[in-house]
Structures are given as C-alpha cells and as structure tokens.
Design a protein. Structure first.
Lengths: 114, 112
C-alpha cells in the first residue's frame, strides 16, 4: 500500500450540491495532486498543492477548489455539482513538487452525481 | 491531435506471450515519461519511469524515442497477473507546471 488514504470511498450526491473529498498524504510528503478519472478515461489533472499553496492547475472551472493543511493533508471541494462530475477522484502525494518525483496514489473516491 | 495517445486495445494474449504497447506525445519539449498500471476500479500505480537510454525491470522494458515522440512498453513472458490497463504519462515541460498528461490507457488481458 502507498500510505495515501482518501475518504469517503464512495459518495452519491445530487445536482447542485456541494462535496468535500479528503486525502491524507504519505508520511514525509509535502505535495498533493488531485485528478479526476471518468469511466474509460485516463486521469485528468485538477490541481496540485505544495506547502499549503496551489502549485499548478488543470482545465477545471473555479467551482473545483482545494486546500492543503499544515500536516499536508488536502481537501478537494466541488460546488454546484453537475452530472458530468461523476468520476473517480484520485489524490496522489509526492515527496516534493519536483517534476519527476514519483506520485503515490490513494484508492480514490468514487463520486456519483444524480 | 491529443497530447498523449495510446491504442486502447484491448490486447488479448496467451500466457507467455510478448506484448508491446506504444504511446505517442505531441509536445516535443516533454521531459519526463512514465508507465502506470491500473487494475479495474483501483488507483494507478507506477510501473516504471522511462529514460532516454531505455530501461528494463525484470520482464518489462521501456524505451523512449524522442525523434519520433513515442514511448513503448514491452512485456515479456506475460503472466495472468499482468492483466490490467497500462497508462502512458507525460510531463510536458519543465518549470512550475506540474501537470502530468495521461493517455487513455491500453487494456491488456492475458489468457490461460
């Protein structure tokens, strides 16, 4: 196991609701990246947090936001949920924000929006 | 053209077969390349990084061709446990952009 944990494992929401997903990084890692993986697709980069600051963002609207805490755990918040937000949300931690640092993935949170 | 393209497969091969996957990328300035493996409904796991000189890890060999902008993964002596989706991942450029670009994945089924 990677030591990266995510909660909850599964979640069902309705359109318009808000959701918060959580990720605990591996011990000694200060960087967390979030990805969205729709069924049959590769993961899409949402954003990365390094030492509590956003450090790069993919092509996701502002209703996707995040936080990183002093212990380097992280949250992903999604407001005004849409049906297309249904996906597996993965977080990955790495030792630093270095470009080639290996990212270790958590098991993911499977979000279903009805 | 997609930034990272892979043949989605599925590849169906018998145990013991050799199978090769290719992946092409569009940004010639891309600097780092990886192969990840993802089992059904599980998270991706790093299989290997891909170095310019090519690298081997047991039955797995990864190669990079910068001139043609593709990377490859060769699996020799396939095992049933190799059945998974193999994802090609590219870091487009240096600097502060940490955005890894993922292919859609190539599905492999190794049959007894």
């Amino acid at each position: 196991e990677t030591g990266v944990t995510q909660s909850p494992t599964h979640l069902i929401k309705t359109r318009g609701q808000q959701v918060t997903l959580r990720c605990s990084s591996q011990s000694g890692h200060n960087t967390v990246s979030w990805y969205q993986q729709a069924l049959g697709q590769g993961p899409q980069f949402i954003f990365q947090y390094y030492r509590e600051e956003e450090n790069g963002r993919g092509n996701f609207p502002p209703r996707f936001s995040g936080l990183q805490f002093p212990n380097y755990s992280s949250e992903l918040n999604v407001n005004a949920l849409e049906l297309d937000d249904s996906a597996l949300y993965l977080c990955a931690s790495s030792k630093t924000s270095g470009a080639t640092d290996t990212q270790y993935f958590g098991p993911g949170t499977r979000l279903t929006v009805l | 053209r997609k930034e990272v393209e892979q043949d989605p497969g599925p590849f169906n091969v018998p145990e013991g077969a050799t199978v090769a996957f290719n992946c092409t990328y569009s940004n010639s300035a891309s600097q780092s390349f990886f192969w990840y493996r993802q089992d059904c409904r599980k998270e991706p796991k790093l299989l290997m990084s891909v170095y310019s000189s090519g690298n081997e890890d047991g039955r797995f060999t990864a190669q990079l061709n910068r001139a043609s902008q593709y990377i490859s993964l060769l699996i020799r002596d396939s095992k049933l446990s190799d059945s998974a989706t193999y994802l090609c991942v590219v870091l487009p450029q240096a600097g502060n952009n940490r955005k890894l670009i993922w292919g859609l994945g190539t599905s492999l089924a190794v049959n007894p």
